[in-house]
Design a protein around this ligand. Sequence first.
Ligand code: G4F
Length: 329
Amino acid sequence: MAKKALITGVTGQDGGHLAHLLHEKGYEVFGIIRGQRNPKREVFEAEFPFVQLIEADLLDTSSMVRAVQLSLPDEVYNLAAVSHVGYSFMNPQLTAQVTGQGVINILEAIRLSGAEKSVRFYQASTSEMFGGLAYNRPEKGYDESSIFHPRSPYGVAKLYGYWSVVNYRESYNMFAVNGILFNHEGPRRGVEFVTRKISNAVARIKLGAQKDLHLGNLDAKRDWGYAGDYVEGMWRMLQQDTPSDYVLATGETHSIRDFLDLAFNEIGVSDWSSYVVLDKAFERPAEVDLLLGNPAKAEKELGWKRKVDFPALVKMMVEHDLSIEGAKL
Ligand code: G4F
């Protein structure tokens, strides 16, 4: 019989990649969709006709119980969150409820359905739980034993979710794991995130549809991988004999300036300074200056390794945006 998976956040970047991966692996895939007449539904159904959508909301545990009872999943992937760090500063309480408390709600929904012994649970934890250079950065990058020091309402809420997963594993013997994922990008990324904002703007500048690009802190460094590689790691975590938490990362870090160099290079521009406008509106009250992950445990125990490197990622994103933006003209 086909395995069944339930994905929250299925309409997001990782949800799309994961739905495709699980479908290819022969899973019956269920996804949570939020809200009445969600405008994303039509577009989503056109690309993912194989995903059975269930209307529910992480903030409403009874609806999550219903989703678990309807889908009877073998695996649950909690990818739903208020996921934009900048937005979380403007909406800290909503972020706490969805990104933090939401984890408890779905874990409780699994327990209330009596499925805590049969379901394997994946929690989308994040490198934003680490604080950056000033906060205990190990030589080889952050790993599973590094100290946390979140620097945003988003990071704080994710840390609550992280410890909730550990607590449910220890208290109820649940197969529940945290994937501590460093930044992962690609053509499915929303334009509110810096990589896609840049690739999209570069394409539009090339096509004459945009003049400049407003950005905040260009000196921050991130460990950027390709989202398609990372969902494979999520799945592998749930196929292990025993539950454990894993860092997924590339082991390299690059600045926003590095991303700009490569992206503008794709359209033949070597000096992007006349296109980029520094704009305080995109700076954050507290910044994580540097993220570098050490994926050694995942490489050893899961046999996972990223396939797409940084230059290939930037190229993929700019080429994609040139193609979709070109088609709009
Ligand atoms: O692309 P970002 O918004 O991603 P950020 O904050 O690193 O968070 C992403 O990765 C996390 C994993 O570490 C996830 F947990 C999280 O959900 C999300 O996917 O910003 C990256 C960097 C920051 O330092 C930001 O200050 O880019 C800097 N930046 C500079 N100008 C900008 C901009 N970020 C955005 N979004 N927009 C700008 O105009």
